[in-house]
Ligand binder design. Structure first.
Ligand code: SIN
Length: 342
């Protein structure tokens, strides 16, 4: 009895301390008056646009909150990999994650819009989509799952790499087994080229390629360079098949427990970090492509060759239109036109 009373007292004291720090939200508070310590985990390398934007976000949050929030950033899957980072966020064991959008399809199949082949012309178009009313509504669909979408960050267009042969047309891709980050649309797209697909966590991909578990992967220039895929693969085809974007997500309980002024600090820091991610994704994409040309056979497709990939994959749109919805396809196509979003 006495033990239970003491336990309740300790729990209530911890609760008071956390609440005093603006918490009640699963983030750990330091000593009385110490900062709320929160974690940002992601699977990309520290030098990528996502890595640098996450660090910028952490610095801004610490400075602008007057030291009331401290964000510890864990890149390269040091804390959680693809499989568990979303669950860790839902459990409030981490407070910020930034998975590629397609990794959210188990919550809502409409997130497959991001993986659709040859739909978004470039990263800028996908950015406009996520800033539109349709994109914002889709991010909000995560809230009943305890997840709040704060922003999206781009990281280039996905290219096709493999260890076997130069790929110029879908016929060249036939029989190749390709690592993909998430299923659904990407499986069907590769099947449309006669290729196979295997979902492998990002942090296991280098080893899977090295050991020949798969023949190749789809990845952006920036990830290809940072993950050193050119050490284990020989051919890179510039397909620009789809745009890679990350959903920058937080936990709703953590968010609701933040004092209103701190929420504003988080929002403003996220706006600046997003601008940095957008700038770096443009700059580093070009820099990585130039660097890769010195290390690997890069195949630039002619418009007619690329069109063969577009034509072969177009039935995938028809398959997914009933799942994803015509409204999302229409909003994505509208986002291909530069200009203000609704
Ligand atoms: C990432 O850049 O975070 C991972 C992308 C992937 O899994 O392909």
């Amino acid at each position: 009895m006495r033990g239970r009373f003491l336990h309740a007292l300790v729990l209530s004291a911890v609760g008071m301390l956390t609440a005093a720090c603006g918490g009640g939200n699963g983030a750990s508070a330091g000593a009385a008056g110490g900062p709320i310590v929160v974690k940002f985990t992601h699977v990309a390398a520290d030098f990528t646009p996502k890595g640098q934007a996450a660090r910028k976000f952490a610095e801004l949050l610490q400075a602008r909150s007057g030291g009331r929030i401290e964000v510890r950033v864990y890149p390269s899957g040091q804390l959680f990999g693809d499989k568990d980072e979303v669950e860790a966020l839902q459990a409030n064991n981490v407070q910020f994650i930034a998975p590629s959008i397609g990794k959210l399809i188990s919550f809502d199949p409409r997130f497959q819009i991001g993986d659709m082949p040859f739909l978004f012309a470039d990263n800028a178009a996908e950015n406009r989509f996520w800033r539109s009313a349709t994109g914002r509504e889709l991010l909000r669909s995560l809230e009943p799952k305890g997840i709040l979408g704060l922003s999206t960050w781009p990281n280039g267009m996905r290219q096709l790499m493999n260890s076997r042969r130069p790929v110029r047309t879908p016929a060249d891709a036939r029989g190749l087994k390709i690592r993909i980050p998430s299923g659904g649309v990407l499986v069907d797209t590769l099947q449309a080229f006669g290729a196979g697909a295997s979902v492998i966590p990002f942090t296991d991909t280098y080893t899977a390629l090295q050991q020949g578990v798969v023949d190749g992967t789809m990845a952006t220039f920036d990830n290809i360079e940072n993950e050193k895929y050119a050490e284990v693969l020989r051919y890179l085809s510039v397909t620009n098949m789809n745009s890679l974007s990350y959903g920058v997500l937080t936990n709703t309980t953590f968010w609701d427990g933040l004092a209103p002024d701190l929420r504003q600090v988080v929002t403003d820091a996220m706006t600046e970090a997003t601008a940095l991610a957008e700038k770096l994704s443009r700059e580093l994409d070009e820099r990585s492509m130039a660097a890769l040309k010195a290390r690997i056979a890069v195949t630039e497709l002619t418009p007619a060759e690329r069109q063969q990939f577009v034509d072969a994959s177009r039935p995938v749109w028809a398959t997914y239109e009933p799942i994803v919805g015509d409204d999302l396809f229409a909003a994505a196509q509208a986002a291909n036109q530069p200009g203000p979003v609704d």
